[in-house]
Each structure stands twice: as C-alpha cells, then as structure tokens.
Design a protein around this ligand. Structure first.
Ligand code: HEC
Length: 690
C-alpha cells in the first residue's frame, strides 16, 4: 500500500518534470484560455479579443525584448495568418496552406504537412491567392483549410491527416483563405469568390471527428423557382429584385466567423455582392439580405436567429467580413453582452448579442458614402451620388476598406480596441458597362465596375493604428503607419499593443497612451498578426514575416516598400526579454528595373486589348498597371514577355505551374501579343517617369 502510494507519487513527479499535463482545448477552454500560457484560437479566445493576460513583458521592460530564435522558411511567400501556440508548440499555415508544428523552446520543426494545393487546384489556381489566415485547434486536432476548397483535420501530435472534405463545388470559382472555427464538436468554414464567379455565399458546419456535414446556411437566396432552403431565404428574397440568382448574389463569408458560447450562436460577418455593382445584381434596388451583415445562427442547427445589415444594397465591396469581437461592456450604464465590429464601410458598430439590436454606430475613419447611421431605423443615411448613379464617383473608403481583415484587438483593462485603419478613396466607375448584357466572370475577375485597370500611386492612401474607445465611440490615440497594408494587432495585460508594419518594422506601444516603447526591423514586409504565450514560465512573442495578401494587387501602393517577389526571406521569429540573438540578415528593399528593348514597337490598339485581358486575368498576382506589389514577378522587368516563344511556354505551356503561375491553355498568339504590347507600354511609361 505504502509502496504503491510512493510509486504513484514518483511517477507523477517524473511525468510533471518531463512534460506538463496536456491541455484539453475544448469549448470551455477556448472561451477562457486560462493564464496566457497558450494561444489556442485564432483570436486567442473564442470571442476573438486577441488579448493575453500575460504581463511578464510589460511597459517597464519591453525595451529589453530581443530575438529568441528565428526559423527560416525557404519557399514560403505570403505569410498572413495567425499562428496558434499550445503546450509549447507553435502551429501555423504558410503559403498554399503548408502547415508546420514548431517547438517553441528551440524553433525546431516537429512536423510538416503539405496539402499539395497547387496540384489540387487545377484552373482554380487562376483565382487563388496563395494566402491562408491560419488553423484551428480542437481536442488534439489541428484543422486547416486550403485555397482549393478543402477542410483537413490533422493529428496535432504528428501532422497525420485524419480526414479531409471538399467544401465547394470544384466547377465553381470559389476559394478559401479563412481560418476555420470550432465549437461543440463542429468546425465551420465559408469561402470567397464574389469577384470570380456568379457566387452564392454559404457557411458549412462539419462534424469535427468525421468531417461529415452537420448543417449549411446560405447567405443569399437562390432562384425562388427552385424553392427556398429555409425560411430565412424566403425572407431575404423579398429584399432582392430582378434575376439576381443569375449573378449569384454573393455574400461569401471568407473571414469573420465567431462562436458565441453564451448564446450558443455562430456570428457570421457576410461578404459583399456578386457582382459589387447593385445596378447589375439587383437592378430595382433593395437591401439584398444578407449581404454585408452580421447574421446570428443557432450553433446546433444552423438556423437563422437575427441579423444586422451594415451596408444595405451594397455597391462598393463594403463587406462585413472583418472579425467580430465579443466583449462585456457597460453601455448607457447597463452591462451589455456586446459584439464589436469595424467593417470595411468605416463605421464602428456595437450590437447587443442577445437580440441583434444596434446600440451605436460611428465613423472611425474617413467615410463619404454615408453621413451617419440613424439609430432609430438602424440604417445608414447615404450621400447622394455615392452609388455612382451618374456612372462615376470618388468615395471613401475604397474597396479595400477603412479596415480590412487584419484583426483588431480588445484590451479589457484599457477598454480600448486597436484597429489597423486605411484612409483611401475608391473610384467607382461603370461607364460603358451594360447592366443587362453584363455576364459574371468564371475564374477571372470582374466586379461589375471598372477595377484594377491602372497603377495606384504610392501616396494614394494613408494608414494609421488607432486606439478606439467603443463605449464613447471616440479615438483615444493614433499612430501614423506606412501605407497601405498593415497587419493585425495583439494586446496584453502588460499594457502593450503589438503590431508589425508594412515597411518591415515590428513595434510595441503603450496600450493606454500609444507611446512607442520598442521596435525592431525584421527585414521584410509584415502582414501577419503576432501572438504571445509562455514556455517554461517565459513569455514569448511570435511573429510570421512574409509580405502578402489581396491588396498587393494595388501596384506601386503595395510595391513601394520594395518587397519584391522572392527577394526577402520568410521567417517565424520569436522574441523574449533579453533575447540575445541578432536579427538574421535580409537584403535591402529591391525595386523592379523595367526593361525596354528598343526594337519593340508598341501598337496602342494591341496594347488596349492586352490591358483588358491583363486586368481580368493577370492583375491579382502581377499587380495593377503591371506594377508588382510582391505576389509575383514584375513583368515590366521580365525578359520573358519580350519573346512570344518564351512567353507562350510560361503562360500557355504552364512552365511555371509548380511555382503557382497558372496555365492558360486557351490563350491565342494574338492575345499573347496584346499582353506583350501592354506590358511593354507600361514598362516604357514607367521608364519615362524616372
Ligand atoms: C494566381 C497568381 C497569378 C496569376 C493570376 C498570373 N500569374 Fe504569372 N506568375 C505568378 C507567379 C507566382 C509567378 C512566378 C513563378 C515562379 O516563381 O517561377 C509568375 C510568373 C510569370 C511569368 C514569368 C516571369 C519571370 O520573369 O519569371 C510570366 C511571363 C507571367 N507570370 C505572366 C502572366 C500572365 C500574362 C498572366 C495573365 C494571363 C499571369 N501571369 C497570371 C502568378 C500568377
């Protein structure tokens, strides 16, 4: 007996010594992930606050932060997602959803899983961004998504695939870049595609153990003649006009899903219209439910509970796909279970999660499409002309949004929300587009307004990190950031806010005052939000370094920092107090050197045809106006489009397919010729400017 007790104690002690007890990451844990040692969910807690209770690194000592270890990630390009950290292991998805588990103590890769996205994609490679916003962790499983539409569950211990399921119809131009969310033994995911297809958005919940579908909710109604899937579709159909289903309608949920345990509901932030232009999509107007909304669904059945629409009858790409934060706040003296939401349209919303009631909505940036939100009706008061009624309008914000998907964070101690904002106008022009004859794209880009036709100047936008007081709806402090595409934020009990910058500088601010307390140059543009956790009692901050994302298509605006395709190393870097390692080297910013073979005579008519094809087909990777933002080579300096033979072998022959350059078998020599003339014209124009 005595012996038995002793033996048991000894076993326990040795187990505790070699390995702390394994954390069970389940619903209660995700709702309140304890002391801060782990970062188990996309927003750390399921309420997406991106707040850590760790305070070992704080305002007094953050200046001592240094490199703990850095892991080189050769072959990676866009790293935009949020890693997770559970029991001393960091999990992250990289380019094309390549997934790794890394020992947080040593920086050693424990396992890798490659979903072979390019091989699975086929022609969907054409519309795909190589990006992924991260995995989910649930009861020992790591769940990832791929751009080609798969949801995959891995054993978190060894990276072995447990199940995989296709979430989209492969014949349709949908894709996934978002992180899945987990709750009550289910995993939920949506998709994107509103610019590439007659897209009809939906979210699907699957059994986390088997991958079998549990329920699906459609964001917009289909053709009434086919019957409605549920009552919500019938209600939504009354807010549409014309034959919207022919163009899909849109509403795709490509980000912004939050599980709300207190009400057992899933909150989805829905996408923009397909196409953007309402004159085409729903020619007689209407609110077009449930576009650009927050919709609450019963977590067990997927049934509609309530909704709030941020942009009725959207026509500017003002989706509500930004993260939805759950917070207990005092509003009007009353404790409220609120959600906080800062979508593209530039208003900061506070909504009561119990019933969807709008409590407050105020502008957090420059907004000219609407004067205000009328709290009595809950509707925006629009500015005349903003809907480009006359065919053209200059409107703030741009389709990139006053705040894009880069996550904001909420610090319950300061009561402030830290938002990466963008002040940028959009030129909305549909002159010459016939709303009746217009056809939805299929694996190319066309939002029903002229889009991406010209380079965007480097000073076209301003960016800032703002600290927003949600209760009083006012800005408390603001820090100017380099334009244009700055990543998400993270905040801690050490009264700090961390954010990387587009120019490759990682910064820590005092959460109360905004004072800059520490910064370090990581040698490449940052697009991912940082996380923090602790190992062996030591707090670490981890950051993925890898320029990428959709806004890189904005040409010079995105390319101005010099993060040229494949020049700067991609890394996962961790920081800790008194971290002593030097920052690993990185080449200086590099810029395209356009070439101009003098014998090439540019034909303006051919170049115009080439521009149209380029803008619908090549722009999202190679950049508007043929100025690369870093996703793909800058074609102005490439010798390949100076020779039809070489150009054909890459574009038609698929010579670079394995590296992510799609194959366009259907392009004729005449079309390639047009592209070559347009590329030369752009190269020449940029040389003339110098
Ligand atoms: C989905 C993204 C994507 C799209 C869309 C795309 N490309 Fe590419 N392209 C790439 C990537 C990535 C590379 C670099 C591949 C590599 O590293 O070898 C590339 C490389 C190239 C190259 C070789 C450049 C060089 O100097 O190495 C040419 C030429 C090219 N693309 C032309 C086009 C044209 C023309 C179109 C439209 C018809 C197009 N691409 C559409 C991603 C894309």
């Amino acid at each position: 007996m005595k012996f038995g007790i002793l033996l048991g104690a000894a076993l326990l002690a040795s187990a505790a010594f070699t390995q702390a007890a394994e954390t069970v990451v389940d619903d209660p844990y995700l709702r309140n992930p304890g002391d801060g040692s782990n970062w188990p969910g996309h927003g750390r807690d399921s309420g997406e606050q991106r707040y850590s209770p760790l305070a070992q690194i704080n305002t007094d000592n953050v200046a001592r932060l240094g490199v703990n270890w850095a892991l080189d990630l050769p072959g990676e390009r866009a790293l935009i997602g949020t890693p997770l950290a559970v029991d001393g292991v960091i999990y992250f998805t990289g380019t094309y959803s390549r997934t790794r588990a890394v020992d947080a103590r040593s920086g050693k890769v424990l396992w890798e899983y490659d979903p072979k996205t390019i091989e699975h994609a086929g022609d969907r490679l054409r519309i795909m961004w190589e990006t992924n916003r991260g995995p989910a962790y649930y009861k020992g499983k790591l769940i990832i998504t791929t751009v080609d539409g798969r949801l995959i569950a891995l054993d978190a211990k060894n990276g072995k695939m447990l199940w995989e399921t296709m979430t989209i119809d492969p014949r349709r131009a949908y894709y996934i870049t978002g992180a899945p969310k987990v709750f009550r033994d289910k995993v939920i995911i949506g998709n994107g595609g509103t610019e590439h297809e007659a897209a009809r958005g939906y979210v699907t919940a699957y059994d986390v153990n088997t991958g079998k579908q549990a329920w699906r909710f459609y964001v917009v109604p289909g053709n009434p003649a086919d019957g409605f899937e549920d009552k919500a579709q019938e209600m939504a159909a009354k807010t549409w006009t014309g034959e919207w289903w022919k163009h899909g309608g849109g509403g795709n949920v490509w980000n912004g899903i939050t599980y709300d345990a207190e009400f057992n509901q899933v909150l989805i932030g829905t996408g923009n219209g397909s196409p953007w232009n309402q004159k085409i999509r729903s020619p007689g107007g209407g609110d077009n439910l449930f576009l650009c909304s927050i919709v609450a669904l019963d977590a067990d059945s997927g049934e509609y509970k309530w909704h709030y629409q941020t942009t009725p009858g959207e026509t500017w790409d003002y989706n509500s796909s930004m993260d939805i934060i759950l917070a207990d706040i005092k509003y009007g003296g009353q404790p409220i279970k609120a959600l906080l939401h800062a979508p593209k349209n530039g208003f900061f919303y506070i909504i009561n999660r119990a019933n969807g009631e709008l409590l407050s909505a105020e502008k957090f940036g420059k907004v000219t499409w609407a004067e205000k939100v009328d709290l009595k009706t809950g509707r925006p008061v629009e500015v005349k002309g903003a809907r480009y009624e006359s065919g053209e309008a200059l409107v703030w914000p741009s389709p990139i949004g006053a705040h894009s998907w880069h996550p904001m964070s909420y610090n319950p101690n300061t009561g402030l929300v830290y938002i990466p904002t963008i002040e940028m106008a959009g030129v909305f022009n549909d002159k010459g587009i016939d709303p009746v004859k217009w056809q939805s794209p299929h694996f190319s880009i066309d939002p029903g307004v002229h889009f991406g036709t010209d380079d965007v100047p480097g000073n076209w936008s301003k960016a800032a990190l703002i600290a927003w007081d949600p209760v009083n709806q006012k800005k408390v402090w603001e820090k100017t950031l380099p334009p244009n595409w700055n990543p998400g934020t993270m905040t801690t009990a050490g009264n700090l806010v961390f954010e990387g910058r587009a120019d490759g500088v990682f910064v820590a601010y005092n959460a109360t005052t905004g004072d800059e307390l520490w910064k370090i140059n990581v040698g490449s543009g940052i697009t991912a939000a940082p996380i923090t956790y602790s190992v062996d009692g030591k707090q670490q901050v981890a950051l993925m370094v890898g320029w990428g994302g959709a806004a890189l298509l904005t040409g010079t605006l995105a390319g101005q920092h010099g993060w040229k395709y494949k020049v700067h190393p991609r890394r996962l870097i961790t920081f800790s107090l008194d971290g002593k390692l030097p920052m690993p080297p990185s080449p200086p910013p590099a810029f395209a050197q356009p070439i101009d073979p003098p014998t090439f005579k540019v034909d303006d008519q051919l170049a115009a045809a080439g521009q149209a094809l380029y803008t619908s087909t090549c722009v999202q990777c190679h950049g508007s106006g043929v100025v690369s933002g870093g996703t793909a080579p800058d074609l102005r300096e490439s010798p390949i489009p100076t020779s039809l033979e070489a150009f054909k072998s890459v574009v038609v022959g698929g010579a670079r397919l394995a590296n992510g350059m799609p194959q366009y078998r259907e392009l004729s020599d005449a079309q390639l010729d047009g592209l070559m003339h347009y590329i030369r014209k752009q190269a020449r124009a940029s040389l003339a400017k110098k």
